[in-house]
Design a protein around this ligand. Structure first.
Ligand SMILES: [Ca+2]
Length: 190
């Protein structure tokens, strides 16, 4: 309870215009004060994960849920980090398993490559959070299509475009697939 009241103080400070909700720009600025540097698209994705009323901003209750997710991710990072300030891909893999995400090698290395911002095999907390947000959001979207809970989905072209466009903003390889798809589509129209 005390933690929630501390959160409320923090939330109210970020909600500088006292609207009762915070925007992606406000959240991004507030996180950067704590040395967490995220692109605006990752912060937008963060908001989207818990934007229960779909209004594009974050109410306090939505923020409490996001914070719960971030604390879990942060804990998994701290357990693996061992005072280095970063984790390496093997640690990322173990931390993801702890968080309930078990990826096969091609998926894991593709995601690692996309979120290794400095391309040095070292993931800082903000890299790891961005990666977890992508994996978590992908699972949510997958589950929304996997209505029979078979662990497999069939997408038509429109659904595929929707998925790749939705995530193309935060994962460059998806954007490439989208471009390829667009080119193929144009070629088939000729
Ligand atoms: Ca909202």
């Amino acid at each position: 309870m005390e933690r929630e009241s501390n959160l409320k103080v923090w939330f109210d400070r970020v909600d500088s215009e006292k609207t009762g909700s915070i925007t992606a720009a406000q959240l991004k600025a507030a996180l950067s004060v704590g040395n967490l540097d995220f692109s605006i698209s990752v912060v937008q994705q963060m908001i989207r994960m818990y934007d229960f009323d779909r209004n594009g901003t974050m109410s306090f209750q939505e923020f409490v849920e996001l914070n719960r997710f971030l604390l879990k991710v942060q804990q998994a990072f701290s357990d693996a980090e061992r005072a280095r300030g970063y984790i390496v891909p093997d640690d990322v893999y173990e931390a993801l398993v702890k968080l309930g995400f078990s990826l096969d090698s091609p998926a894991f290395y593709t995601v690692c490559q996309s979120f290794d911002q400095k391309k040095n095999g070292r993931f800082r907390l903000d890299d790891f959070i961005s990666l977890c947000i992508f994996v978590h959001s992908s699972r949510n979207m997958f589950n929304s299509f996997d209505t029979s809970k078979q662990g497999r989905v069939t997408l038509d072209l429109n659904q595929f475009i929707y998925c790749t466009h939705f995530y193309g903003v935060i994962i460059p390889s998806c954007r490439r697939y989208y471009k390829i798809l667009e080119i193929n589509q144009k070629m088939s129209e000729i």
